[in-house]
Structures are given as C-alpha cells and as structure tokens.
Design a protein around this ligand. Sequence first.
Ligand code: HEM
Length: 134
Amino acid sequence: MPGPQVLFPTFLILTVALLGVDVYTGLKAKLAAHLTFVVITVASLVAAIWFALELGELYDLESAGWITPVHLKLARIATYAYVLPTVSGIMTLRDRKHRKLHFRLAMLTLSLTVLAAVTGAWMILAAQPLPTQP
Ligand code: HEM
C-alpha cells in the first residue's frame, strides 16, 4: 500500500475536484447528484485529514516555523466550517429562498479548504523530514 506521501496529496486533489463537482451540481440544481457528491466529498476530506496526520508524523513540523501554527489553525477552522454548508444546505432543502446564503457559505468553506491545502503543502515543504526508523 502506498504511504501517506502519495495518499495525502491524492485525497487532497480528489477533495478539491469533488468540491468543484458539488458547486457544478448545486448551480445546475441537480439535487440528487449534489447530495451524493457532497457525501463523497466529506468522505474524501476525512481520508485526506487522516493521511495528513500520518504524513505529519514523518516530519519535524516545528522546524517549518510560523507557517505550522498558521496552517494548523486554518485547517481546524476549514474543517469546522463544513457545518455551514451542511446547515444552510438543509435550510435550502426546506426553502429554496436560502440558496444565496448557502452559496456564500459554500464558497467560504471551499476557500478555507483551498487555503488550508496551500498552507499545508507549504508547511510540509518547509519542514525537516525525521530520520526514518528501521
Ligand atoms: C461543501 C459542501 C457543499 C457545497 C460546495 C455546495 C455548493 C452549492 C452551490 C454552489 C449551490 C448553488 C447555489 C445557487 O444556485 O446560488 C448549491 C445548491 C444547493 N445545495 Fe449545496 N453545497 C454543499 C453542501 C450541501 C449540503 C450538505 C446540502 C444539503 C444537506 C446541500 C443542499 C443544496 C440544495 C438543496 C441546493 C439548491 C438546489 C436547487 O436549487 O434545487 N448542499 N450548493
């Protein structure tokens, strides 16, 4: 099985691509596809976070400097932000007048996810790898 060095970027890119599909299906009002892809996106995000934590164990993250606390805070905020499209999405299911609010909160969550991905990649590139154990 490939290591987190391969699995983390794979699931991260997959998550961002799936977010694009969520936006497309939402804008096209393809509700069944939208809800299905949102569930797949969240599963992919959970896998990305799982492998990110495994990848982090291979690096001395503190050696990356200020980007580490900035990324960790952003990643946490981005993860919690998924509550916003979920709650506003349920509100939109009940009454379509909430579409605009849902759209704005979905874009906010998407932007936070991309920011977390960029700062995470930056952090890993700046960190010293730990010596590999035998
Ligand atoms: C990260 C997750 C999500 C993203 C990126 C996203 C994105 C979008 C976007 C861009 C739209 C179009 C809004 C507009 O036309 O102005 C939309 C529509 C919608 N979304 Fe989401 N969404 C997400 C999660 C959810 C969830 C969790 C639900 C429900 C539980 C949901 C339910 C809906 C509904 C009902 C619509 C309206 C579709 C229609 O017009 O018939 N969305 N979404």
